[in-house]
Design a binder for this molecule. Structure first.
Ligand SMILES: CC/C=C\C=C\CC(=O)SCCNC(=O)CCNC(=O)[C@H](O)C(C)(C)COP(=O)(O)OP(=O)(O)OC[C@H]1O[C@@H](n2cnc3c(N)ncnc32)[C@H](O)[C@@H]1OP(=O)(O)O
Length: 321
């Protein structure tokens, strides 16, 4: 029987239909919509490990394997990329809140399916070392790509952590824009405990998020648990809450506040922060000028300036973007 991981890999590595880089002209002529690339025409994805719920302009993406504390498999990662790519191009979606269904945010890698995958590859006598390595690399790139799609998504992503956020879950939240947690939640950069140098994003992102290198190294090298309260002191989460209910109230209130702002300004700001984090000030200013030569011509600017200059009027309402 094929494991979940093998299924993911076979999809990634060749059983998926080949897509030509150049679509024949006849396809455009036969397209049912005259605007086949309009993002509002995107079809919602069918998901098994995740659930997406729309609340106005805020979308709740739930990790949804509660019986296994939302432990992640290759399929979860594949679905995360599909979900974030879809939300990225859905105009009605202005902010995403990521939560975990049940009593934990996420218990990290699904150890059973992870072990099945690695044993399956490493013990496959038909594969030489190069081919085993290639298969493991393909798997890692799927996992990394899932979290990179959170960062690449132009809609702000808020992670709301309760219960556990271990290993692969800590990597997930470091790709989010804003992190809230319950004070008693248990986090861990757990990979060293299962003899892995973490490879799906936490080591690459965490030092861009928090300035305490000594504590980062302590947490990575010992893999010890730390609470939401300690995560706040560390700087990994910005606010903590006594329980899941108050956490969710605050996360969705924050999401609503951001969703009411100009989506042109909000999404441009996220992309600019990401770009500036990884480039020089000079390059980032150049990027910003190029971005805003079009975005400053948006109707949002006129609406916002008019609202700001008319005292006591209604707050501006912006169209989806
Ligand atoms: C290439 C690799 C890429 C990424 C690698 C990432 C590495 C990591 O993510 S490291 C972290 C891995 N996770 C763990 O080590 C956590 C394992 N789980 C636990 O230690 C405990 O479950 C707990 C989180 C401390 C919670 O304990 P408890 O409250 O007692 O609940 P349980 O009864 O143990 O769990 C309920 C249910 O969920 C199943 N489960 C929990 N975690 C996982 C998991 N990580 N993988 C698979 N299944 C998990 C657990 O087996 C129970 O299922 P039952 O069917 O009821 O037995």
């Amino acid at each position: 029987m094929m494991s979940i991981f093998s299924k993911t890999l076979s999809t990634v590595r060749g059983t998926a239909p080949r897509v030509s880089f150049f679509t024949p002209l006849s396809t455009y002529r036969q397209a049912s919509s005259s605007r086949p690339f309009a993002s509002k025409n995107a079809t919602p994805p069918t998901l098994e490990h995740l659930a997406i719920e729309q609340r106005g302009n805020v979308f709740n993406l739930q990790l949804n394997r509660p019986k296994l504390l939302n432990a992640v498999t290759g399929d979860t990662w594949r679905e995360l990329k599909i979900a974030f790519d879809y939300l990225h191009q859905t105009p009605a979606c202005r902010v995403i809140v990521v939560t975990g269904n049940g009593r934990a945010f996420c218990a990290g890698l699904d150890l059973k399916s992870g072990a099945e995958f690695f044993m399956g590859v490493t013990q496959d006598e038909s594969l030489d070392i190069a081919r085993k390595a290639s298969e493991i690399r393909a798997f890692l790139k799927v996992a990394q790509g899932a979290y990179s799609s959170i960062e690449a998504c132009r809609k702000p992503v808020i992670a709301a952590v309760h219960g556990y956020a271990l290993g692969a879950a800590t990597s997930l939240i470091t790709a989010a824009d804003i992190r809230y947690a319950t004070s008693d939640s248990i986090l861990s950069i757990k990979e060293v405990d299962i003899a892995i140098a973490a490879d799906v994003g936490v080591l690459q992102r965490i030092q861009k998020l928090v300035g305490n290198d000594s504590l980062t190294r302590e947490l990575v090298l010992t893999a010890r648990n730390f609470t939401g309260a300690e995560a706040k002191e560390y700087g990994l989460v910005s606010r903590t809450f006594p329980d899941k209910e108050s956490l969710y109230d605050a996360a969705f209130l924050l999401a609503d506040q951001i969703a009411a702002k100009s989506p042109v300004a909000v999404q441009g700001s996220k992309l600019a922060l990401n770009y500036s984090r990884d480039h020089s000030v000079a390059d980032s200013l150049e990027w910003m000028a190029n971005w805003n030569i079009s975005m400053l011509q948006s109707e949002d600017l006129i609406k916002a300036v008019m609202a700001a200059s008319s005292k006591g009027g209604d707050p501006p309402k912006f169209n989806d973007f």
